[in-house]
Design a protein around this ligand. Structure first.
Ligand code: NDP
Ligand code: GDR
Length: 393
């Protein structure tokens, strides 16, 4: 702790979805928050710009450092300077599909990066002071049906079987964290978090891709959404709830690993329907395999207007979505019966994780963790965010 008794946290991956929510949470709790950001040729701090503080002010609670998880010297130097009470290692190349394209890089960042953090704490003799949270993932389970528990969930005792270079790299992160805990008595913990989303979710993850497309199509700015496997099932929660669990994990008396999940699983195609339903669009599926399409079956006019603040031009069966002359009229026409979702096999993965569903019982009983959002609340939060985004742009 520093002289003011304020706790000091260091977050890797602070510019990402979880890093930004966690930084907000820790600042609210009175922490001094340090974050590591990568140098990029364009701005990558949009999610945390509202937290920025001028370093010339007398007391600063939020400090960013340039750094990279592939660079041990820089990790050691930052940890030495910051002397954190808690490190949250959230930095990662986190896209499962992209990990098939850059497997060696993913191993370097997601696997060896976790080691670099732990080893820096050990080299600097901070084992007794610094607690480490490692961002582990439900991808470790790989969705193997035979590895679920008797009740049909993945829990802290379920065996792992990763199905991507990302999952394989993260399994190293999981085990090296556990090993440093056992070998050096470090307070190092894994949160095995199932998928969590938000209006700040990266735009190429499936939920955000869907909510952005549903908003854009409803506002006449996009014609069609192209997706991969519509039948994949995920246990989706809200990132705001999940960062609370990260913090709770590091506040326990003993270092342990926890599953964080909702205990519900939903198909990608059902998430599509929920997102479009927010703007009053009912989607009907037709065809099969790569030929399957989502067709606009009907529009609930009241819902459309309530969600978008715009009027529909209803014209018997010929329904126009928008009545806004400021937008290119050719792109505005959308008829009931039009295809708004198509399958594109380019989004299929060489090995897929078909179904994930987690059992959060240990987190609920031991941490007292309770999520505030259900899936409907998550979808609404994301849709509201994306409608605002497209109305502004
Ligand atoms: P994001 O992809 O939104 O954020 C990843 C962060 O890591 C970004 O700040 C990114 O920086 C940073 N990063 C990437 N490469 C490096 C590197 N070489 N050195 C330093 N930083 C780097 O992920 P989320 O916020 O969604 O996830 C946070 C963590 O939790 C990740 O480790 C992810 O694998 C894990 N996880 C996520 C789940 C989810 O559903 N969201 C579920 C389970 C685990 P930049 O902004 O510059 O790209
Ligand atoms: P995931 O998330 O791989 O579970 O990893 P993602 O949203 O990318 O995919 C979820 C499922 O949707 C299917 N899918 C598509 N996915 C993407 N990205 N784009 C598409 O067009 C598409 N169509 C269908 C996928 O095949 C998959 O089955 C996320 C990341 O945040 C990881 O970092 C984290 O560890 C895990 O969640 C838990």
């Amino acid at each position: 702790m520093n002289t003011n008794q304020q706790k000091v946290a260091l977050i890797t991956g602070i510019t990402g979805q979880d890093g930004s929510y966690l930084a907000e949470l820790l600042l609210e709790k009175g922490y001094i928050v340090h974050g590591i950001k990568r140098r990029a040729s364009s701005f990558n701090t949009q999610r945390i710009d509202h937290l920025y503080q001028d370093l010339h002010e007398s007391h600063v609670n939020f400090v960013l450092h340039y750094g990279d998880l592939t660079d041990s010297t820089n990790i050691i130097r930052i940890i030495q300077e910051v002397q954190p009470d808690e490190i949250y290692n959230l930095g990662a190349m986190s896209h499962v599909k992209v990990s098939f394209d850059s497997p060696e890089y993913v191993a370097n960042v997601d696997a060896v990066g976790a080691l670099r953090i732990l080893e820096a704490v050990r080299i600097l003799k901070l084992e007794k002071k610094t607690r480490v949270y490692q961002a582990s993932t439900s991808e470790l389970y790989g969705g193997m049906p035979e590895n679920k528990n008797a009740a049909g969930f993945y829990d802290e005792n379920s065996p792992f079987y990763p199905r991507s270079p990302y999952g394989v790299a993260k399994i190293y992160g999981f085990w090296i964290t556990k090993n440093y805990r056992e070998a050096y008595n470090m307070f190092a913990c894994n949160g095995i978090l199932f998928n969590h989303e938000s209006p700040r979710r990266g735009e190429t993850f499936v939920t955000r891709k869907i909510t952005m497309a549903a908003a854009a199509i409803a506002l006449g700015k996009q014609d069609c959404l192209y997706l991969g496997n519509l039948d994949a099932q995920r246990d989706w929660g809200h990132a705001k709830d999940y960062v609370k669990a990260m913090w709770l994990i590091l506040q326990q008396d003993k270092p342990e690993d926890f599953v964080i999940a909702t205990g519900q699983t939903t198909k990608v195609r059902d998430f599509v329907q929920m997102a479009f339903a927010h703007v009053g669009f009912h989607i009907r599926w037709s065809g099969s395999g790569v030929e399957e399409v989502g067709i606009l079956d009907s529009i609930d006019e009241q819902r459309y207007e309530a969600a978008t603040g715009r009027k529909l031009n209803v014209n018997a069966l010929n329904v126009k979505t928008l009545n806004d002359s400021s937008i290119n009229a050719e792109r505005l026409t959308l008829n009931v019966g039009d295809v708004v979702v198509r399958v594109d096999p380019r989004y299929f993965r060489p090995t897929e994780v078909d179904l994930l569903i987690g059992d959060p019982t240990k987190a609920k009983t031991q941490l007292g963790w309770e999520p505030e959002y259900d899936l409907q609340g998550l979808v609404e939060d994301m849709m509201r965010g994306d409608i605002q985004l497209f109305k502004k742009s």
